[in-house]
Design a protein around this ligand. Structure first.
Ligand SMILES: C[S@@+](CC[C@H](N)C(=O)[O-])C[C@H]1O[C@@H](n2cnc3c(N)ncnc32)[C@H](O)[C@@H]1O
Length: 458
């Protein structure tokens, strides 16, 4: 099933290329324009029940993030918002909570609200890769089905993240991560990408070597073609090429003449071969070793090669790439190397410092980034009427009852309130507005409805 698409805007971003935001990605994404991003890669906390920090003395020293979840960590208003925006997602999260417990439920509420925003940001030709591991991967796939539509599932990619793992005393060693790849529909961008041949295949197929390097061979005959052949160098056969082309290939040394037998073949050098079309089990991209040049010590840093494969496959040059949990900005650097536009968001201010250091180390160039800490204001909603002009409509809809204390008030005693405060990315559009009485409005302040209701219930 595919969730119904909302009308979409013209896809213009309200931020500049090479922006890093320091802050909660939910508030930042709420302020970003709809339909403005081509590719999202996200590598959020995995619900691993651990807290991470970078080693002292490493380039990323000071970076830390928590990956333990309880219901206190999420805003219950977000849960209510999920019920309104996507009832199937709400049911999935509740079922996961019943099966696995409150920690998983809280984690999925956090992820669900953010994934709903990501879907709003993606263009119709866009794609999303959610990096996770088997801790929550099975629930996240249901969450992704509910948000993006099961028909838009493209691949579950397994990346072998560890060579070995010493957690295997009573089970198989857990060595892989999972990437859930979904598109926004049939028109998603796809470029064929290749992975290198493995050693065994190379040994078997690229057995020959000359002064130009290792090569394999391919037939020069086209026996499936109908029509008469001709004689070349004393061999009568149905050749793939006209005689002049065969002569030219031979003159360039591109024809392999076997010692025994008389069937020549065309040489195909290893350095011209693209490799094997990339598969959904990634074994050729190794985890970052302790001594790897690109390693900064940032907890859970991912290899650039992995991000480059994803970005090359699922976007075009100049497309917009978003990483809302960007850590030490691996996806941003990979996007820069592939000439894409990018934006990264992270709670940690280190992302902004590290992206510049990495640009110098890995790209060898310095560029200006836009480092922002504000909540952006959407520019794709058209010119909204002043939000106060909705007061009459809201009064009718709420039948004069305050959305907080549920008491009836005369028109003049109710005030227009932003359900999600502006400081948390809430906009001036009608769906984000409600009427509160003066007392509830000042009790709510810059908080959410969940916070207000908790206060009112005490
Ligand atoms: C697994 S790490 C990402 C690592 C990254 N892919 C890299 O290669 O460096 C997850 C990141 O998510 C960030 N994070 C967690 N919750 C967040 C939130 N609500 N908003 C923004 N960033 C968040 C953490 O600070 C952490 O840097």
């Amino acid at each position: 099933m595919t969730p119904t698409l909302r009308p979409r805007s013209d896809g213009i971003t309200n931020w500049r290329n090479r922006t890093i935001w320091t802050g909660d990605n939910l508030a930042v994404m709420r302020g970003m324009n709809s339909n403005s991003v081509d590719l999202i890669y996200l590598d959020p906390p995995f619900n691993s029940n651990r807290n991470y920090s970078a080693p002292i003395g490493s380039e990323a020293a000071g970076a830390a993030f928590k990956d333990t979840w309880t219901l206190d960590d999420v805003d219950l208003a977000e849960h209510g918002e999920i019920a309104d925006r996507n009832p199937a997602l709400y049911k999935v999260i509740d079922a996961a909570g019943d099966a696995h417990g409150k920690g998983m439920k809280s984690y999925l509420i956090m992820m669900g609200t953010r994934l709903l925003e990501m879907r709003r940001l993606l263009k119709d030709s866009g794609s999303i890769y959610l990096h996770c591991d088997p801790t929550a991967g099975h629930y996240l796939k249901l969450v992704m089905d509910a948000v993006f539509g099961s028909g838009n599932f493209v691949n579950e990619i397994v990346w072998r993240r560890f060579g070995s793992h010493n957690d295997a005393t009573r089970r198989y060693g857990r060595v892989h991560d999972i990437l859930l790849f979904y598109s926004m529909g049939d028109r998603f961008t796809w470029n064929r990408v290749f992975e290198p041949y493995d050693e065994e295949y190379l040994k078997k197929s690229y057995r020959n070597k000359d002064s130009r390097g290792r090569y394999t061979t391919s037939p020069l005959q086209a026996r499936t073609l109908s029509g008469g052949g001709y004689e070349w160098k004393g061999i009568v056969d149905i050749w793939k090429f006209p005689m002049e082309r065969l002569e030219a290939l031979d003159a360039e040394g591109l024809i392999h003449w076997p010692e025994k037998g008389s069937i020549p073949r065309r040489k195909v050098y290893l350095d011209e071969a693209k490799g094997v079309p990339a598969r959904d089990v990634i074994l050729d991209i190794k985890p970052l070793s302790t001594g790897a040049k690109e390693r900064l010590g940032y907890p859970t840093q991912k290899p650039l090669a992995l991000l480059k494969r994803i970005i090359a496959a699922s976007s075009q040059p100049d497309d917009v790439v978003l990483d809302p949990f960007c850590g030490c900005a691996t996806a941003c650097i990979a996007a820069e190397q592939l000439d894409r536009q990018w934006v990264g968001i992270d709670l940690s201010p280190l992302a902004a410092a590290l992206v510049l250091r990495r640009a110098e180390n890995e790209i060898g160039s310095l560029f200006a980034i836009d480092h922002r800490t504000d909540i952006p204001r959407r520019s794709d909603l058209g010119k909204l009427p002043n939000y106060r002009t909705h007061k009459h409509t809201l009064y009718g809809l709420q039948e004069g009852v305050c959305a907080g204390c549920q008491v009836h008030f005369p028109f003049r005693n109710l005030t227009v309130d932003h359900k999600t405060p502006r400081s948390r990315g809430g906009g001036d559009h009608f769906e984000n507005l409600q009427l509160l009485c003066g007392a509830c409005n000042s009790a709510k302040g810059d908080g959410t409805m969940a916070e207000l209701l908790a206060r009112l219930n005490h």
